[in-house]
Write a protein that binds this ligand. Structure first.
Ligand code: ZN
Length: 164
């Protein structure tokens, strides 16, 4: 039966997704693994407050997470999952700070449009993380080339683990 859990990555627009990834420096907010060079299936959006607990798909409820952490967390509240991480308090502080930062949607749109980035530090940072240095097949590379292809994770139980 079709449901929002099976709609691939379409629940979040590519520009929003990229903006969240950029906001979080393309690292998993939980384990800090760098993700920009990975295949998109391993880069996911996690919900700060899980959908099952009433959390929304708004950017201020979205976090960059590796697939491993996202799957391991499941529907646990942030406070519970943070306890399983190294430095639980630091992790929780970092995650809460991440969702308070506004994602730069205009920057994400400019990158997706292939426009020449301006020289501001935030853009230089994006370029370092972004398509110009991104290996072929990486998340950034695929976003930048407009080759987003929603894929299914197989377990189909949660939408917050669905990559694009
Ligand atoms: Zn992780």
């Amino acid at each position: 039966m079709p449901s929002r859990h099976h709609d691939g990555g379409k629940w979040c627009r590519p520009a929003t997704r990229l903006a969240i990834y950029l906001r979080d420096d393309f690292r998993c907010v939980w384990c800090l693994t760098p993700l920009a060079h990975l295949h998109p299936r391993n880069v996911t959006l996690d919900h700060a407050v899980p959908r099952e607990r009433g959390g929304s798909n708004a950017p201020n409820n979205l976090l960059t997470a590796c697939k491993t952490c996202n799957s391991a967390r499941g529907t646990q509240p942030m406070t519970h999952y943070a306890r399983t991480c190294d430095d639980p308090l630091g992790t929780l502080r970092r995650v809460r700070a991440a969702v308070r930062r506004a994602p730069n949607l205009s920057l994400a749109r400019a990158i997706l449009a292939g426009q020449e980035p301006d020289p501001r530090p935030v853009v230089r940072r994006a370029r370092r993380a972004g398509r110009l240095l991104a290996p072929k097949g990486s998340a950034v590379d695929l976003i930048a080339r407009g080759l987003l292809r929603p894929v299914r994770t197989g377990h189909g139980t949660r939408d917050d683990a669905v990559p694009f």
